[in-house]
Ligand binder design. Structure first.
Ligand code: TXA
Ligand code: MG
Length: 385
């Protein structure tokens, strides 16, 4: 849970890039905006600083960190690839950097094992956000940075989100106007270059859609990329429970009210009047009057727009606890998404919502003889999206 309001709050918001850069160089932790989410940064070669990231977040040391750098050349200096792998990396970075793509490759031995979690592999990325790039240039050190939330909680897309989660630690948080940060809104896509197997392994869906990587591979004629295929796996950090708001969240299967609980339903611990509805494309709009609170992630059913605001919306939803809400019900984004290019963002968005709900689904059931009350019935989790 968040630190209590009486706890000391040594964390500090700052505006100065120079202060942020010199703090990183002297071993402090600095949270900074990127085009995806806020990161909690440390000098990647300072073992004590990297170790403190895990302490501050409460993150298991088995989960490696992404290293952020200002240029593709600086990223190359952190990895050890053969000629084929390096050529592939160069082609990928020329197409997708700066931007929300993390490349995982064998690490140079000088990198502290806390960064790689002893895996021998490192994730590297050049972010696109202007403040992040300027900070990396001024700091002139590679910056290891996970998302700047407490472990398991909703990822932060505002300086205030970082303060809410972590200001009881002596971190600095580089401020940026909300309109000017984290426009992609969900984390980078993580892809491992497996040179031996000739595979690009998709470890986490994110800001670069899988469809876009597939198109890229298909369009690459000649050269190293031709020898690689795209494969899907799950990275060490992709737990079933992740991005969780401080209220239990459930995935609403359908927009309609059922007359009776479906077969296999577990229990009905809540009513619709205690639920915050997170809608998509107006699918649940008819239920709005009966719910505790309501917000639509994108009335136009645009998955890219929804991804941009999804973490902010989950944090807003958990704050409705103060007004008596006891759960969050999330619309089925896969069922409602509009076609076109934005639809390519649906899998990454659905992944975040699936994990925010730990895969638990719910149905709404009209309770006869209760004057229109609607019960929220929970169903067992289904296979991952
Ligand atoms: O957009 C992002 O990627 C943000 C911003 C701050 O750059 N960072 C971020 O970091 O999301 P984090 O630590 O919250 O998630 C990193 C993910 C985890 O799932 C982790 O397991 C995976 O990337 N990862 C990082 N390094 C890896 C490695 N060497 N091998 C395999 N997976 C790795
Ligand atoms: Mg994270």
């Amino acid at each position: 849970m968040a630190a209590s309001s009486t706890a000391p709050r040594p964390g500090r918001l700052i505006d100065s890039l120079d202060e942020a850069a010199s703090a990183l160089r002297s071993g402090r932790l600095v949270a900074f905006p990127t085009e995806t989410v806020y990161g909690l940064g440390a000098d990647a070669f300072n073992e004590a600083s990297v170790a403190s990231i895990f302490t501050v977040k409460g993150r298991p040391r088995s989960d490696p960190l992404i290293v952020h750098v200002a240029s593709a050349g600086a990223a190359e200096a952190l990895v050890r690839l053969g000629p084929g792998g390096l050529e592939l990396m160069r082609r990928l970075t020329a197409s997708f950097w700066p931007g929300p793509l993390t490349l995982v490759a064998p690490a140079v031995p000088e990198l502290p094992s806390a960064v790689t979690s002893g895996s021998g592999y490192v994730g590297v990325r050049v972010p696109e956000h202007a403040l992040a790039r300027e900070l990396l240039q001024r700091a002139a050190v590679p910056v290891a940075a996970p998302s700047a939330n407490r472990f398991g909680h909703v990822s932060p897309t505002r300086a205030q989100h970082v303060m809410d989660d972590l200001a009881h630690h002596p971190i600095l948080v580089l401020d940026a106007p909300p309109a000017d940060c984290c426009g992609v809104g969900i984390e980078s896509t993580v892809v491992k270059i497996d040179e031996q197997a000739g595979e690009l392994v998709l470890l986490r869906r994110g800001g670069v859609p899988e469809a876009s990587l597939e198109r890229w591979l298909a369009a690459e004629q000649g050269g190293a990329a031709q020898r690689f295929t795209l494969k899907r796996m799950v990275s060490p950090g992709m737990l079933l429970t992740h991005y969780s708001p401080d209220l239990p969240a459930y995935l609403l299967r359908g927009p309609q009210l059922l007359a009776a609980p479906p077969p296999g339903a577990g229990s009905a611990p809540l009513s619709l009047g205690e639920a915050v509805l997170l809608d998509f494309g107006g699918r649940l709009a008819h239920l709005r009057p009966a719910a505790a609170a309501y917000r639509d992630l994108s009335e136009r059913a645009d998955a890219a727009a929804a991804a941009s605001g999804v973490f902010e919306a989950l944090r807003w939803a958990e704050a409705q606890h103060a007004a008596g809400a006891r759960c969050v019900l999330v619309a089925d984004v896969e069922a409602a998404a509009r076609g076109g290019e934005a639809a390519e963002c649906v899998p990454a968005l659905a992944d975040r919502l699936y994990r925010a709900a730990s895969g638990v689904r719910a149905e709404l059931v009209a309770s006869p003889g209760t004057g229109g009350a609607v019960a929220v019935w929970l169903l067992p989790p289904e296979a991952s999206v």
